[in-house]
Design a protein around this ligand. Structure first.
Ligand SMILES: [Zn+2]
Length: 379
């Protein structure tokens, strides 16, 4: 870059830039894409500084065309102008004060794809090409249902809300108990006795008021399961009992909604994704064909669980949900990821679809949803 050419660059006020723009000049905003997500001067073309030299010919082919440059505060636009002078552009000028001054002077603005709050809040997502503005918009339109606002649902919901999921639907009929607070970090000591859905809504709204929180203080049953999870893009299974898990599995299969499964017990946990949109995806019943007898089912209250464990497993579930919504990465479909907290080891088991599965096999027959006897599956 020709530093010695800097003093010769014309600097103009935003209002003068607008006047010249209206008389045929080209205005280029050289901020990064994520910076422009919150808006730019009306009529400006966005080209990040690093790609200006390679893209300028497509915007102003004639080197005698008048090209105005702007950025956030007026520093990068001077460098941009110098680059264009080096490329023999003869009529370049830098807009003083950048977009900050443009806005302060009330000049016309093209709304960005995201408003200023979203552009700032999600800036670390916008910097990832795999997410970017388009991905963030996908997340903002997404609807995720969480079954259970407990040990698994707490970390999942917190990070999904922080990530900017449009709607989180929380389904839980329980009230906050003091013994929950060791792991169910959505809730607080002051909210013992309050409905978990309400307590969760408070926490999530405080974290990210942009997210819509729909709550249903109900237990999932045969009679309501389809109505509650219909019209969601992903369902997160944070249930603490087998009857709910079997209902969820059947409903997600029928409604073709990916189900992100997670479970914890003492010091171990497991995660998988059952996604019937993939022909070879197993379902929950490929893993657990029949509900256990109540005497064989681990009881959550008695079994105990290391408090951080549902935190780890619930976050792996949130990670899978976000990948599914963005369509990036490789989902845990056909794979069961097992975590051992004491050994600090992960083990991945192949989980093929069972052709004789009573849920998704060739001879599986759906005979309506069924409320099976209540047994605890541990959370
Ligand atoms: Zn199956």
């Amino acid at each position: 870059m020709a530093a010695n050419s800097l003093p010769s660059i014309e600097r103009i006020a935003p209002a003068e830039a607008l006047r010249r723009l209206q008389h045929g000049a080209v205005l280029i905003d050289v901020r990064e894409d994520d910076e422009r997500a919150g808006g730019k001067p009306k009529g400006a073309t966005g080209v990040p500084l690093a790609s200006l030299a390679s893209r300028i010919a497509g915007i102003a082919f004639d080197r005698n065309a008048e090209v105005l440059l702007t950025c956030a505060s007026g520093a990068r636009s001077l460098r941009a102008a110098a680059i264009l002078q080096d490329l023999d552009y003869t009529r370049v000028a830098s807009v003083e004060g950048g977009f900050a001054r443009w806005k302060a002077e009330g000049l016309p603005i093209d709304a960005g794809a995201l408003d200023a709050d979203a552009a700032e809040r999600y800036s670390r997502h916008l910097l990832l090409p795999e997410v970017g503005i388009a991905g963030q918009e996908k997340l903002s339109k997404a609807r995720v249902a969480l079954i259970g606002a407990g040990g698994l649902g707490s970390p999942s919901a917190l990070y999904l809300a922080a990530a900017g999921i449009g709607t989180l639907t929380l389904i839980d009929d329980d009230k906050v108990d003091k013994s929950n607070l060791q792991r169910q970090v959505l809730h607080t000591d002051a909210r013992v006795g309050v409905a978990k859905t309400e307590s969760a809504r408070n926490t999530l709204n405080a974290l990210n008021p942009r997210v819509r929180i729909d709550t249903h203080e109900q237990r999932l049953r045969a009679a309501n399961v389809e109505a509650l999870i219909r019209d969601h893009d992903v369902v997160i299974d944070g249930a603490d009992n087998f009857p709910t898990r079997y209902l969820l599995s059947a409903a997600c299969l029928r409604l073709n909604i990916p189900l992100v499964y997670g479970a914890v017990h003492r010091f171990t946990g497991q995660v998988s994704v059952f996604d019937s949109r993939y022909a070879d995806s197993p379902c929950y019943r490929c893993l657990f064909p029949q509900p256990p007898h109540s005497e064989d089912a681990p009881n959550c209250a008695e079994a105990g669980v290391l408090g951080v464990l549902p935190g780890i497993i619930g976050l792996l579930q949130a990670n899978e949900a976000i990948k599914l919504l963005l369509g990036i990465g490789k989902p845990l479909v056909g794979r069961l990821l097992c975590f051992d907290a004491l050994g600090a080891t992960f083990r991945e088991l192949r989980l093929p679809r069972d052709p004789n599965c009573p849920g998704c096999g060739a001879n599986a027959e759906f005979r309506g949803y069924e409320d099976i006897m209540q047994v605890c599956a541990s959370t």
